[in-house]
Design a binder for this molecule. Structure first.
Ligand code: APR
Ligand code: PHB
Length: 389
């Protein structure tokens, strides 16, 4: 089989890239290790930056998002029970869209189905070859039969544990990492959200987040120990702990119900450098990870793809290599700013094992500063709604 761009991974990064390239007449093959149902069964984040919304519109997959997603013009911060709303519309004239990543994935898969391009699911043993030359290849096994795809470029969109980054010689790549000493215990529940907007809460017992997927479906998180087990958290225990960490009115308003999903996610910051190795590019979680506190994971995958699609379009359309040569540097400059923001949000909102009385006063001062200073509010709002591409 021959294609122009072989894409490894059918998460948001791979699907977005496939769609953007398709619209430019560039041929792609997408190889995904898991089944379609498995990919659609993963519960992931749900806040889209304004730029991500514009990108989804530009590639023609925004219709259901506008019909079913919720536009939010602010968020609530809560510190030891005291609340402060940040009004993004007023502070920076921008907004975000609450629309689940699972739904974005579903819309992108439907668009690819409609175009007839297809996705090769349950591709086993994917391996990357010769990306240091001009004729790279990707090999995989499907239903026991070995296949080879020859291509011009390989896009590694296969997430943090994927094969693409792991295929790069160790001496050619440098990684930067911080693993946080706690996790997020999250539940999904078919009950109306406790508030119209997201609530990010800092409390001496730990962080909590009240989020949502729709007017009838809520997503709640609490900070938990890195080694805790889901089995030890009954729904009642979860809700009791959540109520303790938010302001009293929110706690009273909370409508509880049986969880339909419950899981613990570790928190990590990670960046690989560079993001191009000859004819191989890394994008999305394969290239970088952020802790979920800033809601940046999916949005970074989208901005990587904007840059990569543009670079490949220049290569094929204008016969210019400037875009692919500049890809890594352009992406990393934006990625590090999102890393900074996600790390900062995480550090002010969570309790760390080393958080002492001084550390808590500093966290309190961050909150007071955000409350009292328009400039501080604008800085958070500018980053949360998304820095320019
Ligand atoms: N071969 C083929 N596919 C693979 C392989 C492999 N060896 N390894 C992983 N994959 C697939 C995974 O099964 C997954 O479907 O690559 C896909 C990567 O998708 P994501 O993990 O969703 O990563 P990405 O597309 O970069 O999206 C980033 O999604 O995961 C969230 O928090 C993340 O919000 C962020 C965004
Ligand atoms: C979510 O709804 O899952 C969510 C929202 C905001 C975040 C993280 C997760 O910062």
């Amino acid at each position: 089989m021959r294609t122009q761009v072989a894409i490894i991974g059918a998460g948001p990064a791979g699907l977005l890239l496939g769609r953007a390239l398709e619209l430019q007449g560039i041929d792609t093959v997408i190889l995904e290790r898991r089944s379609r149902d498995y990919v659609l069964g993963r519960i992931r984040a749900g806040v889209l930056e304004q730029g991500t919304v514009e990108f989804l519109d530009a590639i023609g997959v925004g219709a259901r998002m506008h019909a079913e997603g919720q536009v939010h013009t602010g968020v609530e911060l809560c510190f030891d029970g005291e609340s402060h709303r940040l009004d993004f519309a007023d502070l920076v004239g921008r907004k975000v869209m609450v629309y689940g990543q699972t739904e974005v994935t579903r819309d992108l898969m439907a668009a690819r189905d409609a175009s007839g391009a297809g996705i090769i699911y349950e591709a086993e043993g994917v391996s990357l070859h010769d990306f240091d030359g001009s004729a790279p290849k990707v090999r995989y096994v499907k239903d026991g039969v070995a296949h080879e795809v020859s291509c011009d470029f390989i896009a590694g969109c296969d997430g943090f544990h994927g094969v693409a980054r792991a295929s790069v010689p160790e001496a050619a790549i440098r990684t930067f990492e911080r693993v946080y000493p706690f996790g997020w215990l999250g539940i999904l529940v078919d009950r109306p959200p406790v508030a119209d907007e997201l609530i990010y809460a800092h409390h001496e017992r730990g962080f909590a987040l009240c989020s949502m997927r729709s007017p009838t479906r809520s997503r709640y998180y609490i900070q938990c120990g890195a080694d805790e087990r889901v089995a030890d958290w009954s729904d009642d225990r979860f809700y009791d702990e959540l109520r303790r960490r938010v302001d009293p009115e929110t706690a009273d308003r909370l409508v509880t119900g049986p969880s339909i999903e419950k899981s613990i996610a570790p928190l990590r910051s990670f960046v690989a450098e560079p993001l191009r190795f000859g004819r191989l590019f890394l994008a999305g979680d394969a290239a970088h990870i952020v802790p979920p506190t800033g809601a940046k994971g999916l949005n970074l995958a989208a901005s990587d793809v904007v840059y990569l699609a543009q670079a490949l379009s220049e290569f094929y359309g204008d016969r210019s290599e400037a875009g692919i040569d500049g890809y890594s540097e352009r992406v990393l400059r934006r990625v590090w700013k999102a890393e900074r923001f996600s790390w900062w949000m995480t550090s002010i909102l969570h309790i760390f094992p080393e958080t002492d009385a001084f550390g808590r006063r500093i966290q309190r001062a961050e909150f007071d500063y955000l409350k009292g200073s328009r400039a501080a509010g604008q800085s958070l709002a500018e980053n949360y709604t998304g820095l320019p591409f």
